[in-house]
Design a protein around this ligand. Structure first.
Ligand code: SF4
Length: 345
């Protein structure tokens, strides 16, 4: 880190940013072949700026994966980043692009975990029966994990059937009731994440013989992605490629501080379109998908058509599920009211 950067960081009196820079410098010093994943999103912009600030030897290789469903604004932003920092961001092809994955395996629905379990059940021609776990295990003996999710229970030979709340369908309220009433008549799968994101990243690590992978995950972003990690650094089990998340501890406030300190600007996806997140266009896992689709339609109409074409079934099924949840909640309230009224009498 040069003196100017060190001074800006120290003067700003933001301890989180200061320590992250010092730690990043120490970690980078110990690496011979570091690679840094660039998504074109706002967290990734910070990571690139931070790493570039301390990478005095220019040893970091930057890469971006084209999932096959990317904003034009993201691609333009990558060109801007290359010019701004005088770097090359390698464009990687996916093992299979999202449209191919969806055609081959099915469409993502609700979340990665939910899609994974439904995919497994569909593979075993599950009939969405509301039966106890022991009955279903006899009927579908090779589908234990997904059945446990479906039954909100798990089985061990020592303790028999036990109730569980983690990794169970009840984490998504009314989902089981909804699926029983409306079984999916189309394949559901989370395979696009595997073929369009995970596999190409792993391949690149192998090809570059990287010993450090730098990514832009923050704890404050919430969700499964950040919940999978406890700290900013994970040592590889095989001692091959460690993973480092330099802005893991940044709050939204730290992020704003950093942007001001180092004049970090983001892609037009944020500044012009008004999106809250970037990434794959129209991913059905997004909690704000309807709001996003309106924005995509206005700013990137061709991609909107593509997203609806690829993910349309999932959008419809999700909307139906949300409507079901609203109805069930209303019924629940009504029942409560009635019970309270009869209790008062
Ligand atoms: S983030 Fe969404 S659209 Fe992108 S690969 Fe994963 S499931 Fe598919």
């Amino acid at each position: 880190m040069n003196d100017e950067i060190l001074k800006i960081t120290a003067d700003a009196e933001n301890y989180t940013i200061y320590t992250s820079m010092c730690k990043a410098q120490r970690i980078l010093m110990r690496s011979y072949d570091p690679i840094c994943s660039i998504s074109g999103g706002s967290d990734s912009d910070l990571v690139l700026d931070l790493i570039h600030n301390i990478d005095e030897d220019g040893k970091v290789t930057y890469y971006w994966i084209d999932t096959g469903l990317e904003y034009r604004a993201t691609k333009e932003h990558l060109d801007c980043l290359e010019q701004k920092y005088g770097i090359e961001i390698k464009r990687l092809k996916p093992d299979k692009p999202i449209p191919t994955c969806v055609k081959q395996y099915g469409v993502p629905f609700l979340s990665k975990y939910v899609s994974e379990q439904i995919m497994r059940l569909q593979k075993h021609h599950f009939q969405w029966e509301d039966e106890p776990l022991e009955v279903l295990l006899r009927k579908y003996p090779k589908c234990k994990t997904a059945l446990q999710w479906w039954c909100n229970a798990y089985y061990t030979p020592e303790n028999g059937i036990q109730q569980m709340s983690r990794y169970s369908i009840s984490r998504n309220k009314w989902l089981k009731e909804f699926i029983i009433a409306n079984p999916p008549d189309f394949p559901i799968s989370n395979k696009c994440c595997e073929y369009a994101k995970k596999k190409p990243a792993k391949r690149f690590i192998r090809e570059t013989d990287a010993d450090l992978e730098i990514t832009g995950i923050r704890k404050a972003e919430g969700g499964i992605r950040s919940a999978n990690y406890k700290t900013c650094f994970s040592e590889s089990k095989s001692k091959s490629c460690n993973t480092y998340r330099p802005i893991f501890w940044y709050t939204d406030g730290d992020k704003r501080d950093y942007e001001q300190m180092f004049d970090v600007t983001h892609s037009r996806c944020y500044t012009e379109y008004g999106l809250r997140r970037t990434g794959c266009v129209g991913c059905p896992f997004s909690k704000h998908i309807n709001e996003e689709l309106v924005i995509i339609k206005e700013h990137e109409p061709d991609l909107y058509k593509a997203a609806v074409n690829i993910f349309g079934k999932s959008y419809e099924y999700t909307a139906k599920y949300r409507a079901f949840v609203r109805e069930m909640k209303a019924r629940e309230k009504e029942n409560e009211k009635r019970q309270n009224a009869s209790g008062d009498q």
